[in-house]
Design a protein around this ligand. Structure first.
Ligand code: PMP
Length: 330
């Protein structure tokens, strides 16, 4: 099957419509058919292109943005990069408040995309005026015509996936998907995709992935926020629709890192840390007996491996974390 050759007006026309790629070697020993939704095919190399493009387009439609206006957000991660990319094309100023724990490479990447980056101390309370939350809020309040994306608490983050990732997966599987496996950070990806898929077929199982030290799994099961647990994600994002998710499983950072390296070696797919986490989740759900030979499982791979050269794809980093590097992963 040949890909269609096309000419585009600008890079934003390439956001979304990412491929579904069947996994071969990695799922040989599990019942069912497994497909990866590979979000690295977005022009900014992650699923966050969808969110940035959707939220800014909505703001434009509502007349909230004029050329030259400012977009503010608090992330050095994929969302920051995607907002910078969309802002560059659409002619907005992008200001990102990031923690001083962000790597120089990441900050350079954002600046390369034209973003103005404010580096803020990580070791202060969230309500300290120096924290990146407070800096972003202040810049937003002081800048007329600015928009604060606030992805953890923005419903449009869910809507972005409801209107794109969900319908794409439904169409690509011809409505035959039985399970979706996806990580949850803000929860936008899993919630929006789940809402659409469950509307089409309420029987589809939505299986989330959580990290140890994060509060999501417990909150999903009890609706109680365990403040003592918050090593990782210690907030409950309103961009997560917990009712749309059937279950969570916890995976270790070590298994996620090892699994990402295995995906590259066995499937030729160079993907990020949380893609490894999602794949590890598939293995754990399989052990629980979630899948049968008739299952059609879509696993969401959020971003590209190139973002992790100083981390999971660096042998020294793996060693420093105490993560085992089996012979077949070197
Ligand atoms: N994986 C990666 C690499 C991400 O950057 C994010 C978003 N922070 C996620 C997974 C989780 O996606 P979401 O925020 O939509 O839950």
């Amino acid at each position: 099957m040949k890909k269609e050759l096309q000419v585009y007006d600008n890079i934003l026309q390439l956001v979304g419509d990412t491929p579904l790629i069947q996994l071969q070697k990695m799922t040989e020993d599990i019942s069912g058919t497994f497909y990866a939704k590979v979000e690295a095919f977005n022009p900014g190399h992650s699923a966050k292109d969808r969110v940035a493009h959707f939220i800014l387009s909505q703001a434009e439609e509502k007349g909230l943005l004029q050329p030259g206006d400012t977009i503010v957000e608090t992330t050095s991660g994929n969302t920051g990069f995607s907002i910078a990319m969309v802002s560059a094309v659409k002619g907005y100023k992008c200001i990102l408040a990031v923690s001083d724990k962000s790597s120089k490479d990441k900050i350079d990447m954002l600046r390369a995309m034209g973003a103005e980056v404010h580096v803020c101390p990580a070791n202060v309370a969230a309500d300290d005026p120096r924290s990146y939350y407070e800096v972003a809020k202040r810049i937003h309040l002081e800048t007329p015509g600015s928009i604060y994306i606030n992805q953890y608490f923005n419903e449009l983050n869910i809507d972005a996936h409801y209107h794109s990732t969900g319908p794409e997966i439904w169409k690509q599987t011809e409505g035959k998907i039985t399970h979706l496996v996806a990580c949850s950070g803000t929860g936008g990806t899993i919630s929006g995709t789940a809402r659409y898929l469950k509307e089409m077929n309420p029987e589809i199982k939505i299986l989330g992935i959580d990290a140890y030290g994060s509060v999501l799994k417990k909150y999903h099961e009890t609706r109680q926020f365990d403040e003592n647990e918050g090593l990782g994600k210690n907030l409950i994002p309103t961009a997560t629709d917990f009712d749309a998710i059937d279950e969570f499983v916890k995976v270790t950072d070590e298994s996620a890192a090892q699994m990402a390296r295995t995906i590259a070696k066995e499937e030729g797919l160079f993907v990020g840390y949380t893609s490894g986490a999602a794949m590890q989740g598939v293995k754990q759900y399989a052990l629980q007996g979630q899948f049968t030979k008739d299952s059609k499982v879509v696993v969401l791979f959020p971003d590209h491996g190139s973002r992790y050269m100083a981390k999971i794809y660096n042998d020294q980093w793996m060693e420093d974390q105490g993560f085992e590097l089996h012979e077949n992963l070197k």
